[in-house]
Design a protein around this ligand. Structure first.
Ligand code: PEP
Length: 251
């Protein structure tokens, strides 16, 4: 039985004041005990969030980390070892905004994934197709390639200590959501790809869905057999909405 996870990606949002408000709201939530809950603030706010959520069972992760695991001469980057020391336990790898806007490619993401694990961080590998790719019938090919590049270089065993988020690019921040069946079909294919290499790893790994998840659509999405929770962007900036999504994962 996989333990569901709901993670909030705050992206490049927040000021000290708005983050303090959000921390207060999260602190007041009644969260379901059977769900792992995590938030991913900007680097600047990680400390504030870790301090502010002390005693609350909400994990804190980073939205990105360097390709090298240890601190060193890499201007502008943050090492996974530094994140681990601050108290982060997770890191997003390959969010579509970083693939598309920053230009991160498979090679870079393989290094980031490995560097994160080397420091004990759990990578949350984000994969997903664009609208153009979906309309061309290439969804499974694209997602399979993004996942396959990690398996090929690092081995399927790395997914025993990782999470995968399927996030169709066309559904991120657009208000469009994959239907529960569309999402389930891709999740099942992801699990089958892992199972072809190692069925134990495939059965154990959590597959989150991301893309305009809200309290109103979460129950249906999380009710699908291969959807183990969600990666939530916009809706995670509202503590009450995020709490309702977490409770949906606990049902
Ligand atoms: C995301 O950025 O990972 C995401 C899923 O965003 P949204 O929920 O806003 O679509």
């Amino acid at each position: 039985m996989r333990r569901p996870m709901v993670a909030g990606n705050w992206k490049m949002h927040g000021t000290r004041a708005s983050v303090a408000e959000l921390i207060k709201g999260l602190g007041n939530l009644a969260l379901p005990s059977g769900v792992d809950v995590a938030v991913f603030p900007s680097f600047l706010h990680i400390n504030q969030v870790i301090d502010g959520l002390e005693g609350k069972s909400i994990k804190v992760g980073a939205q990105n980390a360097a390709v090298e695991s240890k601190q060193g001469a890499l201007t502008g980057e943050v090492a996974p070892s530094q994140l681990a020391e601050e108290g982060c336990s997770l890191v997003l790898v390959g969010h579509s905004e970083r693939r598309q806007i920053i230009g991160e490619n498979d090679e870079t993401l393989i290094r980031k994934f490995a560097a994160a694990q080397a420091c004990g961080l759990i990578p949350v590998l984000c994969i997903g197709e664009t609208l153009e790719q979906r309309e061309a019938g290439k969804t499974l090919e694209v997602v399979g390639h993004q996942l396959g590049s990690i398996i090929e270089k690092l081995g399927v065993g790395v997914f025993a200590k990782a999470v995968i988020a399927y996030e169709p690019v066309w559904a991120i921040g657009t208000g469009l959501t994959a239907s529960p069946q569309q999402a389930q079909d891709v999740h099942a294919a992801i699990r089958a790809q892992l199972a072809a290499e190692n069925s134990e790893v495939a059965q154990g790994v959590r597959l989150l869905y991301g893309g305009s998840v809200k309290a109103a659509n979460a129950v249906e999405l999380f009710g699908m057999p291969d959807i183990d929770g969600g990666l939530i962007g916009g809706a995670s900036l509202n503590a009450d909405e995020f709490g309702a999504i977490c409770r949906a994962a606990g049902n």
